[in-house]
Structures are given as C-alpha cells and as structure tokens.
Design a protein around this ligand. Structure first.
Ligand code: APR
Length: 169
C-alpha cells in the first residue's frame, strides 16, 4: 500500500473513492463537503438523502456521479471540543470505516481530505497523526494507494513530515 500526501483539490482526483468530510445530516455544507457536492452535481444530494443522516465516525458510500472518482465516501468527523470527548477515537473511526467501505466496494485507490480540521477545528497536527497511524495500521483488503489530499501547503507540510522521506511522494 502506497501512502502519499499531495497538494490537491480532492474533487479533481481520479481515484476510485474520495472521502467527504461531511456533517451528520449528509445534506451538504461548506468546505470540502460543498466542493464535492458542487462538482458531483445534484444527484449526489439525492443519493445522500436516502441514508437519513450518518452518526459521527461512521461512513456511507455513494456513486461519484460527475466527479472523476467512482465513489464518494461520506464520513462526519468529530467537532473539536478540547480533546476530552472522545474526539481522537471518533476521528480514527472515520478513517477506518472509510477504508472498510472502500475495500467492500473493491476500491484500489482512495483519497482523504484533512477530516475535521476546518470548520470542526480539530488541531491539524493531531488530526494528521491520527489519520496516518490509522491508515498505516489498516491491514484488511489494503487499497493499493492512499492519498492525503492537502488543500493547503501547511497541511501538506504536516503530512509529509509524518510520512517521512520514504513514503511522502
Ligand atoms: N479539497 C481538499 N480539501 C479541501 C477542499 C477541497 N476542495 N476544500 C476544503 N478542504 C480542506 C480544508 O482546508 C480542511 O483542511 O478540508 C479540510 C476539512 O475542512 P472542512 O471542509 O471545513 O471540514 P470539517 O472541518 O470536517 O467540517 C465539516 O464543515 O463543510 C462543512 O458540511 C460540512 O458541517 C460539515 C463541516
């Protein structure tokens, strides 16, 4: 499993699945959620409605519609509340549940945004460490490629440092 970090708008990535940092309604929003819904088109919202929402830390998969990616995996991350409300465990389950759905759908490549580090205010460095550690410890049905799609150079810098010279292509 190749794990890389790159500066990217996740909506442009032609991977099998992109992960959406959604909210529990799954009805769209701002940030990367808004960008993905805009790029995928109206059908994505229709497809999300049928779930009737999604609890924090869980994930739901839909087609990618107009996106280059075949699938979108929607996962509501935790809102940062200071770190004493199980935020770390919930964020790790976002990554694990997304990897599980991707494996079930036969995805060979998956791209993650920096879940919870925008509107949800999860500290970027701590979130990135949880993301990298969770992906690295995933051992079932590995995808061939995991991309951490960093929207800012600051995020990219964090991921590149965590991945080390070896893997952060
Ligand atoms: N591609 C990749 N990453 C992006 C993009 C994009 N097009 N747009 C934003 N990001 C990055 C942000 O810079 C941030 O690092 O995604 C990360 C997550 O930020 P948010 O999108 O704010 O997501 P989050 O912090 O998880 O908050 C989720 O915000 O948009 C609403 O509906 C969403 O209520 C939910 C909440």
């Amino acid at each position: 499993m190749l794990i890389i970090a790159e500066r990217a708008d996740i909506t442009t990535l032609a991977v099998d699945a992109i992960v959406n940092a959604a909210n529990c309604s799954l009805l769209g929003g701002g940030g990367v959620d808004g960008a993905i819904h805009r790029a995928a088109g109206r059908e994505l919202l229709e497809s999300c409605r049928k779930f009737g929402g999604c609890p924090t830390g869980e994930a739901r998969i839909t087609p990618g519609f107009k996106l280059p990616a075949k699938f979108v995996i929607h996962t509501p991350g935790p809102v940062w509340g200071g770190g004493t409300r199980g935020e770390a465990a919930l964020l790790a389950s976002c990554y694990r549940n997304s990897l599980r759905l991707a494996a079930e759908a036969g995805c060979r490549s998956i791209a993650f945004p920096c879940i919870s580090t925008g509107v949800y205010r999860f500290p970027a460095e701590a979130a990135a460490k949880i993301a990298v550690d969770t992906v690295r410890s995933w051992t079932e049905n590995l995808p061939e490629k995991v991309v951490f799609a960093c929207f800012s150079s600051a995020s990219l810098e964090i991921y590149r440092r965590l991945l080390g010279a070896g893997e952060g292509a």
